[in-house]
Design a protein. Structure first.
Length: 179
């Protein structure tokens, strides 16, 4: 059954704020994109999958109709549709359920790391172990003197010749003002 944009808009407005925020978030898009990548869905089929997920979230379709809806709209086998439905349940619906629990202030049990493990992690952060890189950077070696006799004589001649200093100009040859 197709729903009009007005029906979808009204259903969206009735959702809790935290669910609406998640549906519009980058996290939701990343999860949906990952599901599409894992199941080799093209962009058009990914849009149809998103529409099916939204229909369930809006309450316009029952959650039991998600897998048959995916199978029908995407034109895929029931096994692939079941796999996609399972991924949607684990990566999208579970996150929404957790957000709803957080919004209701329902305490969610938090597993704390043992104290000794925390101390180990803190010591690793505070006292990092220097890493040895496979490519070592060495200081460049000083220029070696020339070993070729022709090069030696050329260099010696240039070094022993007097340096001619240019004559001082009364005016600047580039016509810039002198200070």
């Amino acid at each position: 059954m197709d729903f009009t944009p007005e029906q979808k808009r009204e259903a969206f407005k009735k959702l809790p704020e935290h669910v609406r925020e998640f549906m519009l978030s980058d996290e939701f898009r990343a999860d949906l994109s990952l599901i599409g990548k894992n199941n080799s869905l093209l962009l058009d089929k990914l849009g149809l999958l998103e529409d099916e997920i939204f229909m369930v979230l809006y309450g316009l379709k029952q959650s039991a109709m998600l897998i048959p809806g995916i199978e029908k709209r995407l034109g895929i086998s029931s096994a692939v549709a079941a796999k996609i439905g399972d991924e949607v349940s684990k990566s999208i619906f579970l996150k929404i359920r957790e957000r709803m629990q957080d919004a209701d202030n329902t305490p969610v049990p938090v597993q704390e790391k043992p104290l000794d493990e925390r101390e180990t992690i803190l010591s690793e952060i505070e006292n990092p172990i220097p890493t040895v890189h496979p490519i070592s950077v060495k200081a460049p070696a000083a220029a070696e003197p020339a070993k070729d006799p022709a090069t030696k004589s050329f260099v010696a001649e240039k070094l022993s010749a007097p340096v001619n200093k240019p004559a001082e100009y009364a005016t600047d040859p580039y016509r810039e003002p002198l200070m």
